[in-house]
Design a protein around this ligand. Structure first.
Ligand SMILES: Cc1cc2nc3c(=O)[nH]c(=O)nc-3n(C[C@H](O)[C@H](O)[C@H](O)COP(=O)(O)OP(=O)(O)OC[C@H]3O[C@@H](n4cnc5c(N)ncnc54)[C@H](O)[C@@H]3O)c2cc1C
Length: 233
C-alpha cells in the first residue's frame, strides 16, 4: 500500500501549488486528480501578480515556453455600468496573460512531478475514511478500473467549489451572492446560431449570442471584428 504524508485531492492550480510547497518542506505528497487534463477548463486571464507566484513555484520558464498570449489589461462587467478597466501598464508586475487553461494546468502538474510530487491523473477516489491511529485510508480507482489502497496522514481538499472532501465530512454550502459564471468552449462564432457560447480567439473567453444578453447583461467582443461591443472579463 502506498503511504504519503499528504494527499492533495484536486490537481488545479491551488492543489498543485500546495503540493509543491509541501514537498519542498520535506513531506511525501501525492496529488489525486480525477481528470487526465484533456478537456477545456474555465479561467483564462492570469493577472500580473500571478507571474510572481509562477517564479516562486519554479514554473516561470516552462510557462514562457508554452506560448500563452500576453494581455495588456482587462475590461470587465460585474453588473454595473460603466465597465471596470484594469490597465496593466500601471501594474508593477508588468503584463498579464491570456491562458490556455488546460495547457497551463498540465504544465503546472509536470512542474510538480519534477519537484517530487506523485501525480495520479485520471484517478477517482472510490472510498475515503479516517482510521486510527491518525491515518486516512483511500481507495483510488485508476482510469483502467484498477483499485489502489493508499494511506495519508493528512488530506488537502483542493477540489474548489465542489469541496469534495469537506462535503463528505458534513460541511454544507452557504450562498452569499447570486454571481453566475458562464463558460464556453466553442471555437467558431457562428452568426446563424444566436444561442451559443463561444471563444473569441486564443484564450479569449467570450459569452455571445442572445443567451448572453438574456442572462448576463454583457456585451460581445469578437477580436476579428474591432467594432463589436465589449470584452468579458
Ligand atoms: C467561468 C470562469 C471564469 C474564470 N475566469 C478566471 C480568470 O480569468 N482568471 C482567474 O484568475 N480566475 C478565473 N476563474 C477562477 C479560476 O478558474 C479559479 O479560481 C481556479 O481555477 C481555482 O483553482 P483551484 O485549483 O482551486 O480549482 P480548479 O482549477 O477548479 O481545480 C480543481 C481540480 O480538482 C479536480 N477535482 C474535482 N473533484 C475531484 C475529485 N473528487 N477527485 C479528484 N480531483 C477532483 C478537478 O478536476 C480540478 O482539476 C474563473 C472561473 C470561472 C468559473
Amino acid at each position: 500500500m502506498a503511504c504519503y504524508d499528504i494527499v492533495v485531492i484536486g490537481g488545479g492550480p491551488s492543489g498543485i501549488a500546495a503540493a509543491i510547497e509541501l514537498v519542498r518542506s520535506g513531506f511525501t505528497v501525492a496529488i489525486v486528480e480525477k481528470s487526465a487534463y484533456e478537456t477545456d477548463r474555465a479561467g483564462e486571464v492570469l493577472l500580473p501578480e500571478g507571474c510572481a507566484r509562477l517564479s516562486y513555484l519554479n514554473a516561470w520558464e516552462a510557462f514562457l515556453d508554452d506560448g500563452h498570449v500576453p494581455s495588456w489589461g482587462i475590461r470587465s462587467l460585474w453588473g454595473n455600468e460603466p465597465p471596470f478597466e484594469n490597465d496593466f501598464i500601471f501594474n508593477p508586475y508588468g503584463n498579464g496573460w491570456r491562458l490556455d487553461r488546460t495547457r497551463f494546468d498540465r504544465m503546472l502538474v509536470q512542474v510538480a512531478a519534477g519537484a517530487g510530487v506523485t501525480v495520479l491523473r485520471n484517478t477517482q477516489i472510490a472510498a475515503c475514511e479516517f482510521r486510527e491511529p491518525e491515518q486516512w485510508r483511500l481507495s483510488l480507482r485508476a482510469g483502467s478500473g484498477e483499485i489502489h489502497e493508499t494511506a495519508a496522514r493528512f488530506l488537502v481538499d483542493a477540489t474548489e467549489r465542489r469541496a469534495w472532501l469537506a462535503r463528505r465530512q458534513g460541511s454544507t454550502r452557504r450562498t452569499l451572492d447570486r454571481l453566475v459564471a458562464i463558460a464556453g468552449t466553442r471555437i467558431q462564432m457562428r452568426e446563424a446560431e444566436p444561442n451559443h457560447l463561444g471563444r473569441g480567439g486564443p484564450g479569449g473567453l467570450v459569452v455571445c449570442g442572445e443567451f448572453a444578453r438574456a442572462t448576463s447583461n454583457c456585451g460581445i467582443y469578437d477580436r476579428r471584428r474591432p467594432d463589436s461591443e465589449a470584452d468579458v472579463g
